[in-house]
Design a protein around this ligand. Structure first.
Ligand code: HMG
Length: 392
């Protein structure tokens, strides 16, 4: 029985900060961000967007025409949670009119949690093949103004439906995991922004990649030559170069830097989306590789600081091109508005009420769902009366 991704879609807010604008502000050369980090733009959430609205926007197309009725589990992967107790997915239950007879839970382990969700979904669907699982990864990466991590911020969400009829990618059961208690990146409960040892985190990522590859090989994993390509967690896009080089050196194989370009096409324009980033990269590879990838195996490396890593593979299904939504994604990215540095800073520094005061959120986003208000500590969401349909 095949189990895998039957449908997937990503969403990013309609605003971005060009990294050339940030470079100018910080007195850096734009080349450092464009070539050194491999990033062009950084997606910015407006004041009426959060992980719930991004998640709802990502999931909506997967649930149209009653397609949500077989969903029995919603796994919400995030490290930018809005509540210490209630799972963010419960807000989606109302917004997206999901079935009552289902379970909803939130998962956290830095950028790794969407991969944990994928493995848990695999097991749930194997246990009951009539069962469908909706996975949503939604995050806002925040390091703070004037920090080295600032150009590697971003935000976005991806939704994936896991079934026994995967039309896009089947998941292969072999995988290699590695965990270690390290402090390379973390965010204590009282912090709005992450604390990170940037260079150390990058080294740790590559060490964990090697360990995961070795663990994957020990499970009779496929040799590197059997994989058409690999996708990686992308905190910034040149990380894929570093990872690809590391894996090829480890396997004594020649390394072709150009080959990673299709898998970073979307991420270059968005920035770090934490848990969603590997899966946006996978979608990017499928959508922007000219060759037909049917039946090809793709390697995937997931890394979450702190740290947990996993290497596994997926196999491209023959009908994969029908569910990539490439036109809609390109349209969404091309129709965003560039913000000035001052606008970005104002939104970044906005102070949210913490004492139960009521606020009505300004109407800014053009997304389908928005945060309407916060009243007595309760977040209220709504369908956006000013929504602009993105599909041309
Ligand atoms: P930095 O110190 O500002 O940058 O921090 P740099 O000086 O290292 O320069 C970056 C690259 O640009 C270098 O290339 C430079 O040579 C190059 P590299 O040595 O890496 O190959 N460069 C130029 N290239 C062309 N033209 C120029 C130019 N100038 C310089 N003119 C750093 C960079 C990534 C450390 C920082 O942005 C940071 O701390 N980011 C946040 C942490 C991070 O992204 N870590 C990644 C691994 S950990 C991870 O992925 C998990 C994570 O997603 C969190 C989670 O799991 O939840 C972060």
């Amino acid at each position: 029985m095949l189990i895998g991704i039957d449908d997937l879609n990503f969403y990013v807010p309609s605003f971005y900060l060009p990294l050339a604008t940030l470079a100018k502000q910080k007195g850096e050369l734009p080349e450092k961000y464009h070539h050194g980090l491999g990033q062009r733009h950084m997606a910015i959430p407006s004041l009426d967007e959060d992980i719930v609205t991004m998640a709802a926007n990502a999931a909506y197309p997967l649930l149209k025409k009653d397609k949500g009725k077989k969903i029995r589990t919603l796994l919400f992967a995030t490290e930018s949670s809005i509540d210490q107790s209630k799972a963010a997915g419960l807000f989606l239950h109302t917004l997206l009119k999901l079935p009552r007879n289902m379970r909803i839970i939130e998962l956290k382990q830095a950028c790794y949690s969407a991969t944990a969700a994928l493995q848990f979904a695999y097991a749930l669907v194997a246990q009951d093949p009539t069962h469908e699982v909706l996975i949503i990864a939604s995050d806002i990466a925040r390091y703070g103004l004037n920090t080295p991590g600032e150009p590697t911020q971003g935000c976005g969400a991806i939704a994936m439906r896991i079934t026994t009829q995967p039309t896009v990618l089947s998941i292969n059961p072999e995988s290699g995991c590695y965990s270690e208690d390290v402090m390379d990146f973390w965010r204590p409960n009282y912090q709005e922004t992450a604390i990170v040892l940037g260079k150390y985190s990058t080294q740790k990522y590559l060490t964990v990649l090697k360990q995961c590859w070795l663990a994957y090989q020990a499970k009779n994993g496929k040799p590197l030559d059997d994989l058409y390509d690999c996708c990686y967690h992308l905190p910034f896009c040149t990380m894929a170069h570093k990872a690809e080089k590391t894996l090829h050196i480890l396997n004594n194989k020649p390394f072709n830097a150009e080959k990673i370009m299709p898998s970073v096409f979307y991420n270059r324009q968005i920035g770090n989306t934490y848990a969603a980033s590997l899966y946006i990269s996978l979608l990017s590879l499928l959508a922007h590789t000219e060759l037909n990838l049917s039946n090809q195996h793709i390697g995937a490396f997931s890394y979450g600081s702190g740290c947990v890593g996993e290497f596994f593979t997926l196999t491209v299904q023959s009908s994969y091109q029908n569910n990539l939504r490439t036109m809609a994604h390109l349209h969404m990215l091309e129709n965003r508005t560039a913000v000035t540095y001052e606008q970005y800073k104002q939104w970044f520094e906005y102070t949210w009420p913490t004492q139960g005061e009521s606020i009505i959120c300004p109407q800014i986003t053009t997304g389908r769902y928005r945060l309407k208000s916060i009243e007595a500590h309760r977040r209220q969401y709504e369908k956006n009366p000013h929504h602009l349909e993105l599909v041309p």
